[in-house]
Design a protein around this ligand. Structure first.
Ligand code: 4AD
Ligand code: MG
Length: 474
């Protein structure tokens, strides 16, 4: 007896075999002569159609209602050609065992349920077609990410989750501290339980880390330390931002992929970003056909064509200055007017890639230094930095990267200008003191990549358990 995984398309070679399938009941239709039980084990999108006659062993579980939508089941039978048009094979049931029955309150019955509703059932939504498919494609993207970098000689670095450094200098960090009582009851105790110094300031010496520590907003600074030793490295891990933006593109906890290349400039960085995106998109198109067909039909019509174009076409490149000019001259009226020096809003980014360049990814480079982070390398014009953002349709900014300021004097000057505390960046400055080299890197928001590759509209549906303002359930 074969213990199989997979739905009907996988099984033509199994015709005539006795097999066991284990999974969860998606639907159950009792007819006078036969009962159809659709079972899914998550290995693929399609269900195994199990056809059960009343003389099969365990039929009493159908009669008593013990087996129902949502239940888990162990089903043994023979693989036969299906009479139906939806699938090639089906399982002729010989024996059924209900492993775990499902309460009638099971919230995901056959009728279509909204994604807003499913967010309130994040623990059960992986049992739907959409979330099963998103999980498999997300997994394939992660696998393809490691493959791309490993095949190109990059070393994967685990950057720390807890850190005292603020990479982006934007003050959007979550504080990690033992000064606030953490037991549920003690958590309600007055704030004055926090130890204070004589001057009334928080007494960090009594904290676990002895000073303020935060959840990382980016592993970049740590990646730079390893790039200036191992040459090409990448991180792939969770990052955290306490931005209070309730949008379809922001999460408080998201995964970031951050390659860092030594002996490299902004052009090398952009080339790496384009090659990476094309590689992972092609991987998903080739290896997730069933799920991609599903997205193409149900989530975003034409997504397969859109992604195939990404693999084939060269990406558009333009400077920030040209992008601003293009936006100023655009016929479209924007909510936020554009002028040189302003940060581009999502509406601008989407206009450029979706309308101006017909869905092609666009890389914008050389941004004003005022709107970018302290570590970016200054261009000779004194106004811009060697930064780049990659914009893609539906998502807007998918990637943000730059060549790093490798010149110690320039970097120190910039820290002073921005009134950032030089002492706290002492180790980062050391990298410029001892064998500094031109280097560059970028950060890609993994959930935005999942949105881009699946067509899913809201970033909350691109990660299993989303963290957003006011919401850390599950
Ligand atoms: O542009 P960002 O802020 O760049 C950095 O953090 C650099 N240190 C990266 C680097 O050069 N190593 O963020 C990089 C990407 C963005 O382009 C976006 O895709 C994603 O991270 N991102 C978010 N994704 C989801 N939710 C959020 N709140 C995000 N903030 C940034
Ligand atoms: Mg950015």
């Amino acid at each position: 007896i074969l213990d199989i995984k997979g739905g009907p398309d996988e099984g033509l070679n199994l015709l005539g075999e006795t097999v066991v399938v284990k999974g969860w009941v998606r639907t159950l239709r009792v007819q006078s002569s036969v009962t159809f039980i659709e079972v899914n084990d998550g290995s693929c999108l399609s269900n195994m159609q199990c056809v059960m006659r009343s003389d099969a062993e365990g039929y009493d579980q159908v009669e008593s209602g013990l087996i129902s939508t949502g239940a888990s089941a162990w089903i043994q039978g023979t693989i036969v050609r299906s009479q139906g048009s939806k699938q090639k094979i089906e399982l002729k049931v010989e024996k059924l065992i209900t492993i775990g029955k499902s309460d009638p309150s099971f919230p995901i019955q056959k009728k279509r349920v909204s994604r807003e509703f499913l967010r309130t059932k994040a623990h059960l939504r992986p049992r739907t077609n959409t979330f099963g498919a998103v999980a498999r494609v997300r997994n394939a993207l992660a696998y393809a990410t490691h493959r791309f970098f490993q095949e190109n000689g990059f070393v994967w670095i685990s950057s720390p989750i807890v850190t005292a450094s603020d990479c982006e200098g934007a003050g959007e960090q979550f504080c990690v501290t033992t000064l606030v009582p953490t037991s549920r009851e003690a958590g309600d105790s007055p704030v004055n339980a926090i130890p204070k110094t004589e001057d009334g300031l928080i007494d960090w010496s009594q904290d676990f880390f002895g000073k303020p520590a935060f959840l990382t907003v980016s592993g970049q600074l740590n990646a730079e330390a390893y790039a200036t030793a191992l040459t090409d490295v990448y991180t792939f891990g969770p990052t955290f931002r306490a931005e209070n933006s309730n949008t379809s593109r922001h999460l408080a906890e998201f995964w970031m992929i951050e390659p860092e290349l030594a002996f490299a400039d902004l052009d090398d960085d952009m080339a790496c970003a384009a090659a990476y995106l094309q590689y992972v998109v092609e991987y998903v198109l080739e290896n997730c056909k069933e799920d991609m067909d599903f997205f193409n039909t149900w989530i975003e019509k034409g997504i397969i064509k859109r992604l195939s174009d990404v693999v084939e076409k060269n990406f558009v490149q333009l400077t920030y200055t040209d992008a601003v000019e293009l936006l100023v001259n655009a016929k479209k009226k924007f909510e936020f007017p554009v002028q040189w020096g302003c940060d581009l809003q999502s509406e601008h980014e989407r206009y450029i890639t979706e309308e101006e360049f017909g869905g092609c990814p666009v890389i914008i480079r050389d941004y004003p230094k005022e709107i970018k982070a302290f570590y970016m390398r200054q261009n000779n014009d004194g106004k811009t930095v060697a930064a780049m953002d990659m914009l893609v349709p539906r998502v807007g900014e998918l990637i943000g990267g730059s060549q790093r300021e490798e010149r110690l004097d320039h970097l120190e000057e910039r820290l002073d200008e921005l009134k950032l505390n030089k002492e706290s960046y002492w180790w980062y400055l050391d990298l410029r003191r001892y064998g500094s080299v031109p280097h560059a890197g970028f950060g890609l928001g993994f959930e935005r990549l999942v949105q881009f590759a699946t067509g899913i509209e809201n970033i909350r549906d691109a990660i299993p358990f989303p963290r957003t303002p006011g919401s850390a359930e599950f």
